[in-house]
Design a protein around this ligand. Structure first.
Ligand SMILES: *Cc1c(COP(=O)(O)O)cnc(C)c1O
Length: 467
């Protein structure tokens, strides 16, 4: 199309005010204005790029404005279906809270509570008392507190115990967790001086001993979380380090990362040090996440020696990193479940998903596969296949979890990429994996209420792509 025609078409675009007068909606004026301006800008662009070849009508711009407004009014954070099989999926919300707990959350959110009020004395109390006793009971520690997340826990521990002083860390434990959390960087932020010892694969007890100076404030151990070194390796356990700690009076802090109360080796997985074991071995301070293997809300949990914990509680940073009441109520209820480990494993979604038996997974997969077959959709074939789930969250990286999945094999010129994109764009997005031009939906992370969403999404896909 030549420029003269485009110029004429551009003249047919209505004025903003014209559309505003015709546009009847309850939306705030500023939002309405934004939608109309955006609709006009898009129309203009579509004329210039040759997509619009006819005169623009008020009705056309009005419809586009209404559509843009509907997008602007939609909240951003929403539910998705996690069919990836990655259980602790940081990008998809990490851990799910058990459904029965939602009533407690709603009550604390919607009504007043004793968040910082001591009901016995009738005066100000502390928000930390709600979880401190149960944390001590479960871990065997003397004291505890919780902050916003584990990154915050590490920061406040280093800031309290080692500001301006040296912290001794093995080179094999200077890890990067992702999302810009790197041990050396957190160390800098807290003004602690990193003293690296040993080598990437081997660090000995005498490396720790030789590094101690009058400026040493802390021995720090970091759980390797998301990687695993094999072969000629040696790391010093807390138990061994305790000897030097005792002699030098320098405390040991271990950042456990995903920290768990459950011994996963009882459920056919590899042994991971539990929080209780780490305390028993002699760590003075231990920190871990609330929403990784623990399966609770986002939180950083700190337990250990009373004297150190008290200092951390008094650090002014604590106010900046403090935990919200909704997190606190969820965390307390989750922690209470751990009094009975078997009940915890059956009730906490993260643990339940990690410990499904092969029969349960096979049954889930057959059920979903039969439902999909029952839809009689012609754009893809479906079958049950075996695959591997991941724990995720940088936890248990070398733990392969055998699982069953639904494999969808698109046909009639449709690629797995088309299908994946459609499902991701569905009103309740369905997040899947692609393998060799097939869609893989791992049933391990699919919730009961997701089944209908998946069936509706596939039906809509088949209908829309058939035309
Ligand atoms: C995940 C992790 C962190 C960060 O924990 P968040 O709760 O995500 O802030 C810190 N240290 C280690 C070793 C971790 O694995």
């Amino acid at each position: 199309m030549d420029d003269a025609i485009k110029k004429d078409l551009l003249k047919t675009i209505p004025k903003v005010d014209e559309i505003l007068n015709l546009f009847h909606t309850d939306a705030p004026y500023s939002l309405k204005l934004k939608a109309v301006r955006e609709a006009i800008a898009q129309t203009r662009q579509n004329i210039l790029s040759g997509i619009i070849t006819e005169n623009v009508t008020n009705d056309g711009v009005l419809k586009l404005s209404a559509y843009i407004l509907s997008l602007l009014e939609k909240p951003s954070l929403k539910r998705v279906v996690n069919a990836t099989g990655v259980v602790v999926h940081t990008n998809l919300g990490r851990s799910l809270l058990p459904e029965y707990l939602l009533q407690d959350l709603a009550e604390i959110a919607n009504l007043y509570s004793n968040l910082e009020y001591n009901l016995e004395l009738g005066k100000r109390g502390s928000r930390y008392t709600h979880v401190e006793d149960i944390l001590c009971e479960l871990t065997g520690a003397e004291a505890g507190l919780v902050v916003n997340n584990n990154a915050a826990a590490v920061l406040i521990i280093l800031d309290t115990m080692a500001n301006g002083k040296e912290v001794i860390v093995s080179r094999g434990e200077l890890v990067e967790i992702g999302g810009s959390f790197r041990v050396p960087d957190v160390m800098k932020k807290s003004n602690a001086i990193l003293k690296e010892i040993g080598t990437t694969n081997r660090t000995h007890l005498h490396d720790y001993e030789n590094a101690v100076t009058p400026e040493t404030a802390l021995f720090m151990k970091v759980h390797q979380s998301n990687f695993h070194i094999m072969g000629f390796t040696k790391m010093v356990a807390v138990k061994e380090l305790k000897e030097i700690s005792f002699k030098t009076n320098i405390p040991i802090f271990e950042d456990l990362g995903s920290g768990s109360f459950v011994d996963f080796s009882k459920y056919g997985m590899k042994y991971e040090p539990t929080v209780q074991d780490t305390i028993k071995q002699g760590a003075d301070i231990v920190s871990f996440s609330g929403d990784k293997l623990l399966g609770g809300p986002q939180a950083g949990i700190i337990v250990g020696n009373k004297e150190h914990i008290n200092k951390i509680k008094k650090n002014p940073l604590n106010r900046a990193l403090r935990i919200d009441k909704l997190t606190l109520v969820a965390l307390e209820r989750i922690l209470l479940l751990y009094r009975d480990m078997d009940r915890a494993v059956k009730t906490i979604p993260t643990l339940k998903m990690l410990t499904y038996s092969q029969q349960e997974l096979r049954h889930k997969a057959d059920f979903l596969n039969n439902k999909i077959s029952g839809l009689n959709l012609e754009l893809f074939q479906n079958e049950v296949c075996e695959t591997i789930s991941k724990v995720g969250g940088g936890a248990l990286p070398h733990q392969a979890l055998k699982t069953f999945a639904i494999k969808l094999m698109p046909e009639k010129g449709i690629s797995a990429n088309n299908m994946e994109e459609y499902l991701r764009d569905y009103k309740i997005p369905v997040i899947v994996r692609i393998e060799e031009d097939s869609i893989i939906m791992d049933v391990r992370t699919i919730q009961d209420t997701d089944i209908d969403v998946i069936l509706n999404a596939l039906t809509a896909f088949n209908k829309e792509q058939s035309v």
